[in-house]
Design a protein around this ligand. Sequence first.
Ligand code: C2E
Ligand code: MG
Ligand code: MG
Ligand code: MG
Length: 288
Amino acid sequence: RSQQRLSVTWTQYTRALEQHTRAVVTTTRELRSALECNDLRLYYQPKVDMNDGRLVSAEALLRWQHPERGLLPPAAFIPLAEQSQLIAPMGEWVLRQACQDMRQWQDAGLTVAPISVNISLVQFQLGSVPDIVSRALTDFGIAPHQLTLEITESVFEEHCEALKVDLNAINRMGVKLSLDDFGMGYSSLGHLNDYPFDEIKIDKSFIWQLSGRAYGQAIVKAVHAIAEAIGAQVVAEGVESAEHVEALQRLGCWIGQGFYYSRPMPASQWQIQLAGPQGTIQRPTHSS
Ligand code: C2E
Ligand code: MG
Ligand code: MG
Ligand code: MG
């Protein structure tokens, strides 16, 4: 009898596995066609000087306009893109689209803030990121200092000489490097000084622990001190309220990114924002 139960579980298991595999295969196929059919979109979210609301720069965030499932966030497809190596052409598309958008804004006579683009570590393993970056900059006539690459903390897990060589090459080109989601993963304090980072982004989970909590405040203070020591600027992500802004300002942290200032918005809407008075971010008056 227990053997019978086991075989039922086994059947259920293989069926679930089959279903999962089929879903992965389908989504991967759809993702490939999304690249070909231009169904990917770049949204932009401002990084803001919290003292005066002035726009400092913006982060490009990828979305997939799926023909049936609607607008999908990166969590729904980036892991799959990494597994299937589609992240290479997809990452190149993101870089080139960001440069093309900057080109378009400049041509429209707008003052263009620097743009950050997220780069997956898998992308570094699949091709020459410095070459791809330099080609995109040249093709669209964008100055290197206008571009920042955001890389997550897992960069330190690799201990890979090739990766360090790439990051140094990117740094020498004048493109900026930002350490994303700082504090969430691998304890990286010992390695931080070995890499040419211009910016450290404190993960939103720490910002959400700020209110009245000594621990959250200590983390932000510590990251701030470390950033200062290596000459990097600090960005707080996930700024959602006036209380967050106040707490961060008290700790000497000036640059914030979050729903309090703006949700990520499509390039067309962004162009309107940029055309506003002195590039100041108008906070939405509604409470969404
Ligand atoms: P990330 O780089 O840390 O980006 C910040 C994420 O936090 C974004 O989520 C943004 O919408 C969200 N966020 C910003 N402010 C707030 C806030 O105040 N409250 C809350 N709750 N969330 C906020 P999103 O767009 O879903 O992106 C998730 C992650 O996907 C990104 O995290 C990044 O790691 C990855 N990603 C996005 N675009 C790309 C891309 O083009 N290439 C690669 N390789 N990864 C990307
Ligand atoms: Mg990022
Ligand atoms: Mg982040
Ligand atoms: Mg994050």
